[in-house]
Design a protein around this ligand. Structure first.
Ligand code: GLY
Length: 369
């Protein structure tokens, strides 16, 4: 049962990865709460599938108080946050208690932010139930809700005490969510390099996206990579930023499609295609990145093709940043496993890479300067 520490001194915490390890959860939670209380917040789908079983287990530790929130990105709102505050405060939570988030990235973002802010900060932990949550969202303490002006614009860094990744939950994950999680694995492949590329290729060629003997080592490599970056740059001022490989484009494509039409991880696959194209500025680089670009390409047929409003996508990419005097940052690859942060990219290069990634999407609107 691999256990990776996010080394943040006194706030260090373990990310535990394994399959069918629910029986080991009880002593972990007991250690975290002592004689205090446990507040469990579930995503509705996770509650329907696993709520009873988890509830029974957690009763061995404490008398858990539960709240269920609707599944999906639409829950990352002030209204849902308010519901969580109402629940926690009416149940008289204290700063010694523990909030346990059960679900994917939406739940860890939302519940983590509630934990960061209620009573000025209450300890929290995550049972991560999606691939995207396990390899990215639940690790590193980024918590947030969305705002009408964009995703994750209101949030805080608030590290959890434990991240629990039991891959048995992936068996019931809708296939779009699984593919979306693969988008993040593809990102780590570009960042880490050949060793992961070889493993990911073998995993995909194996034809079974739930083959845990192959998937689990990929999750472990990704978590280890992210844990090191978070330990080195907790608040995302320098090295941690490479985790945004493909995200500047991915976010723009998500906006261009209209929120909710593409999952974050799906848009990320197309975003990685654009980033890979933009990285290949010389023939040598293009050649070196070709196996990686091919791997990304092999995922493209698996993502939906909503109509993309180019104007909105480009605005998300450029115009908002220009308004704030900031140049958009792109994470590119010098070669596989060697990310670089670049700000001096020509607008035309950006346009070409975006168009390359969207070549078989139905497009509306214009790309202006
Ligand atoms: N998802 C990127 C980060 O945690 O920094």
């Amino acid at each position: 049962m691999p256990e990776i520490s996010v080394k943040l001194g006194k706030r260090a915490y373990p990310v535990v990865i394994g399959s069918g390890m629910e029986h080991r959860l009880v002593p972990r939670i007991r250690k975290l709460i002592g004689r205090n209380r446990l507040f469990v917040i579930y995503d509705a789908q996770v509650y329907a599938l696993y709520g009873q079983r988890l509830g029974k287990l957690l009763k061995q530790v404490a008398r858990p108080v539960n709240l269920v929130i609707p599944a999906g990105e639409k829950s990352k709102t002030p209204a849902q946050l308010g519901r969580i505050y109402d629940f926690l405060l009416s149940e008289k939570i204290t700063r010694s208690d523990l909030i346990l988030a059960c679900g994917g990235g939406v739940v860890s973002d939302l519940v983590g932010y509630a934990a960061a802010t209620v009573l000025r900060g209450v300890p929290w932990a995550v049972i991560s139930t999606t691939l995207l949550g396990m390899v990215d969202a639940s690790i590193g303490g980024k918590t947030a809700i969305n705002h009408a002006r964009g995703k994750n614009l209101v949030g805080a860094f608030w590290q959890p005490r434990l991240v629990w990744c039991d891959t048995q939950y992936l068996a019931t994950l809708p296939s779009r969510e699984l593919i979306g999680g693969m988008g993040e694995l593809l990102k780590y492949t570009g960042l880490i390099g050949q060793s992961v590329l070889t493993k990911l290729r073998a995993f995909i060629d194996g034809g079974d996206l739930l083959d845990m003997s192959r998937l689990q080592p990929l999750i472990v490599s990704s978590v280890r990579y992210k844990a090191n970056l978070v330990a080195a740059d907790e608040t995302d001022h320098s090295r941690r930023r490479v985790l945004n490989l493909g995200h500047t484009f991915g976010h723009a494509i998500e906006v261009g499609a209209g929120y909710g039409r593409l999952l974050h991880g799906e848009a990320l696959v197309a975003g990685l295609k654009a980033a890979c194209h933009m990285s290949g500025t010389t023939l040598a680089r293009k050649r070196a990145l070709q196996p990686y670009c091919c791997l990304i390409e092999s995922f493209m047929p698996l993502i939906p093709r909503p109509r993309i409003d180019l104007h909105r996508a480009f605005e998300a990419l450029f115009v908002d940043k220009k308004r704030t005097g900031e140049r958009p940052k792109f994470i590119l690859l010098e070669k596989l496993g060697q990310p670089i942060i670049v700000t001096n990219v020509k607008t035309d290069e950006v346009r070409k890479s975006l168009m390359f990634a969207l070549s078989d999407f139905e497009l509306t609107g214009e790309l202006n300067d």
